[in-house]
Design a protein around this ligand. Structure first.
Ligand code: SAM
Length: 482
């Protein structure tokens, strides 16, 4: 009989069903307890220190009470604190990235994914290295510096050697002033040995969505293929860490199972990583299941409305204050706008979710993984971010400067992020403005840079950043970073 143990390496012990059920019952019993809720909110608030700010975060039980609470005033307070935390640790910077689909061959039977092996009406496609190069050039021409590569699971057609070759190709393309400086990887759970190879290939974050933490639901949703193995999937992040990857990205596919269960599981997973490896997840993604070829999201009866979705995002922000949060183009402009205030720190822009989609004139639908709601170009997204007072950042410095895992977290905790991420955001924005922006975006961008440069606290850093931006504007020099 499994017992709950966040330090265990066994999925059934760190994502313990009994503990989740008790958490949900406890949260339901206390959701109207105003005194307790105020205490939890007070604990979540950022506290000033001599060097910056700290946040205590929340346990899965505390955070679940907030998620269960339905009092509009308390929810408004949660949103305020989420915004305070976002400002304290991530400022108004938003990091941009794009997904790159390498192959939609897949041997799994995931019921929500159009790439499932039995779907005979989508064409199957795997990029050649020439095609990878062409996609990367198209992405560089948009202005992207950071990619998340995506592939179905197929040990024969998409073996790890293929993924590694693609990563090499991506890093090798330097078109005009473009280069991809960080490749994050979203591929199926794999072995420690393969994670080591990914680490050696220079990847940024290893991202794997749990889809659902509910084991029974998981087994039904993944009836066939290697992904059916719940334990192997759930324990993947521990193997990734053992293989030397210390930036890992969690996520749940919201809509498949009951969101309160998923939320508790997600926070428990973060607690487990912290307890075992001394560092929590680098990012958490919040995808919602979307319409796609052969997929009707309405058959899963756990869809969540936009209000609940916003509340989940805010509660994640309160529970794990130092973890980056990602929202993709699965969501509309309006949903993304609200989510940005509640704690999101990274978004995709100009995305195509089809294999080979970036080199096509029109958005191709035949191999698309899901409907993209936000169909704006990257430049439109960049401009919109600035109009809403967010600084678009193309920064990739951290992992290149070795600031991964707990080293990134300590930077975050001691407030040094303002002397580091802030100037890096402004310098990479300036690169974007010079190389890719439309005139109006460029105008707005330099206005923003002029406003933001003086807010860099360290005088020396401020002076160097200003000089580097001048260099970017007047010469061809690129890729400065702190
Ligand atoms: N094959 C890899 C795996 O098994 O983890 C990951 C790559 S898959 C391209 C990336 C993610 O897309 C999946 O983990 C899943 O959460 C998400 N996804 C699949 N079908 C979706 C749908 N219909 N709507 C929204 N997201 C979906």
């Amino acid at each position: 009989m499994a017992v709950y143990d966040p330090k265990s390496l066994k999925a059934e012990e760190f994502i313990h069903d009994g503990e989740i059920q008790e958490t949900l019952a406890w949260a339901e019993a206390h959701k109207d307890d105003a005194v307790l809720i105020d205490e939890i909110l007070e604990k979540a608030r950022p506290q000033k220190t001599a060097t910056g700010c700290v946040c205590a975060g929340l346990s899965h039980r505390e955070a679940s009470v907030l998620l269960a609470c339905e009092d509009p005033e308390k929810i408004a307070r949660m949103y305020e604190i989420a915004e305070e935390i976002k400002q304290a640790f991530y400022g108004n910077r938003i990091v941009l990235f794009a997904p790159l689909y390498l192959s939609n061959y897949c041997v799994n039977g995931c019921l929500y994914c159009p790439y499932h092996a039995k779907n005979r009406h989508i064409p199957r496609k795997k990029l050649t290295q020439e095609e990878v190069r062409a996609e990367v050039i198209a992405l560089q021409d948009m202005g992207h510096k950071r990619l998340a590569i995506e592939a179905g699971e197929d040990p024969v057609r998409n073996p790890i050697e293929y993924i590694l070759e693609c990563i090499d190709t991506i890093y090798s393309v330097h078109h005009k002033n473009g280069d991809i400086r960080r490749v994050n990887v979203n591929i199926a759970a794999t072995t420690v040995e393969n994670f080591r190879k990914l680490k050696e290939a220079g990847i940024g974050t290893y991202i794997l969505f749990q889809e659902t933490y509910h084991k029974k639901g998981y087994l039904e949703l993944h009836p066939t293929g290697p992904k059916h193995d719940y334990d192997y999937h759930t324990e993947a992040m521990d193997r990734a860490m053992e293989g030397g990857i210390d930036d890992v990205g969690l996520g749940v596919l919201f809509g498949l199972e009951r969101y309160k269960y998923e939320f508790a599981g997600l926070i428990m997973h973060a607690e487990h990583l912290e307890a075992v490896h001394g560092v929590g997840p680098h990012t958490i993604s919040v995808p919602r299941v979307k319409r796609a070829d052969d997929i009707d999201p309405d058959v899963f009866d756990n869809g969540i409305d936009d209000e609940t979705f916003a509340k989940i995002i805010a509660c994640i922000r309160l529970a794990v204050p130092y973890t980056g949060m990602i929202i993709s183009t699965r969501e509309s402009e309006a949903v993304r706008k609200k989510a940005l205030r509640l704690g999101i720190s990274q978004i995709s822009g100009g995305s195509r979710t089809s294999v080979g989609g970036y080199t096509e004139e029109e958005r191709p639908h035949d191999t698309e993984q899901f409907d993209v709601s936000d169909q704006r170009t990257l430049d439109e997204v960049v401009r919109w971010l600035m109009e809403n007072d967010h600084i678009p950042s193309f920064c990739t410095a951290c992992y290149r400067a070795g600031r991964t895992g707990d080293r990134f977290m300590s930077l975050c905790k001691n407030g040094q992020i303002l002397n580091c991420c802030h100037p890096n955001a402004l310098m990479t924005l300036s690169e974007y403005l010079e190389d890719y922006a439309q005139p109006e975006t460029k105008r707005l961008g330099y206005e923003m840079i002029a406003r933001e440069l003086p807010t860099i606290p360290n005088e020396k850093v401020r002076t160097i950043a200003a000089r580097n931006i001048e260099d970017i504007r007047h010469s061809n020099r690129r890729d400065f970073r702190f």
